[in-house]
Design a protein around this ligand. Sequence first.
Ligand SMILES: [Zn+2]
Length: 480
Amino acid sequence: MKLPLPFLLTLGLMTASAFAQQQVLKGATLYDGNGGEPIENSVVVVEKGTISCVGTDCAIADGAEVIDVSGKYLTPGLVDSHVHYAASGWFDSRQMFPILEDLYDTEEVQDYLQSNTDKLDRTYLCSGVTALFDTGSFPWTVSLQEGSIANSDKPRFVAAGQLLTHGETPMSEAVLKKQVHAGVHEFLPMSTDEEALSSVAAVAATGASALKVWFDPLPQELTDEYYPRLKVIGDAAHRQGLQFIVHTWTLADAKAAVAAGADVLVHSVYDKLVDDEFIQAVVDNDVVYEPTSSFALTDGISTLNILLGDEPNFNDPNHCIDPHTRKLVKEGYKKLHPFYNKMLNKMDYVRSVIANGQEQFIVKYNMKTLHEAGATVATSTDAGNPSMFHGASMLEEMRNMQSAGISAADVLVMSTKNGAKALGLEATLGTVEVGKNADLVVLEEDPGKDVSAFRSITHVMRFGTLHSIADLSYANENAD
Ligand SMILES: [Zn+2]
């Protein structure tokens, strides 16, 4: 990407004065993440990775490194509150069909992902994302948290680690069996209260920051047993100081999760329009609602099209997806295409998306309605799932949220401040305010008018270090 000459010169100075006491970003139009009108001609002062002054007349110390960002726009770093580092964005790490077990070796895939997390870190920073919530995976993901806290080369990483599920449906039964390297499970059981409590204790012992129940919709007759157990699990999670997250798809399950004390609901209510009782409960209990709308609005369809033989479209304007992932997908879709019919039979969800637009309407209506009622909606991609590419999915999700009728300025709050709340880190990130991490995005275009402006990112600051997109991008390493 070509930069205007004066800005290039400023960047040259920046490298020379990396040890300046203060860095000052001066002149940009600032959206601070709290909503409301932007600050024109702003000044943001950064010291030791932390924001020390924000406004229009901050005192600037002698020897400070002043970076001229006039004519540009500044926002907090984006927060994706639903990703999976143990998943690649392709079917190799999401083996939901038997045929995939013949095509890909789960242990090899996990070993690769675990040894290459730095590639994903770069992908996220390149996409303007400076904090992530890994909402459930193999336990190795938990170990990424600590080294990310004050690290300028990594997004801040918060992980839920192993998930709990009931094993009462074919999908939940299958995932409970999933393991790598003999005995390392991604899911733990909750078939009795005692078993659920011991699973919570096991997750807490790994050092996870959250406890997630993956609540595949149950047959009606089992809800009397499992809804109260959600509360047992939620209470135990809270006693351990963990965020309590529940994956639900239906209004009935989502209500039960809120009643059980869920802090975060991952995935929209897909089956019905939200009603007054649910809206009130979400608002009153201060629950974060994650729409993951791209599942229904775009990605479900593009996944199907890829399986039908369409060339994958990465939607990756800044070339933030690494070459390995691109190759995996480009070779993978040709491998999978012959088995399309076998997979489609089991892909009920994707079929339902194709079958009618009703679910798409529900997803849009529910997120907009909850937002307008005062609920906290947080941008979340579920990246790592097939064709939901790490990093690039963030912009797609933001555009889908805007397409639901939510203003660009509000989507920006959902993608920054509200994301920080989902992570339980509102005190340290998500807005451009004194005392918070210096995590910032510099853009050419105005993100308050249209979130597509995030295609025009020029720089990303993480914990006080300003990276240029030219340095973060894989453009030179990608053949296409
Ligand atoms: Zn997920």
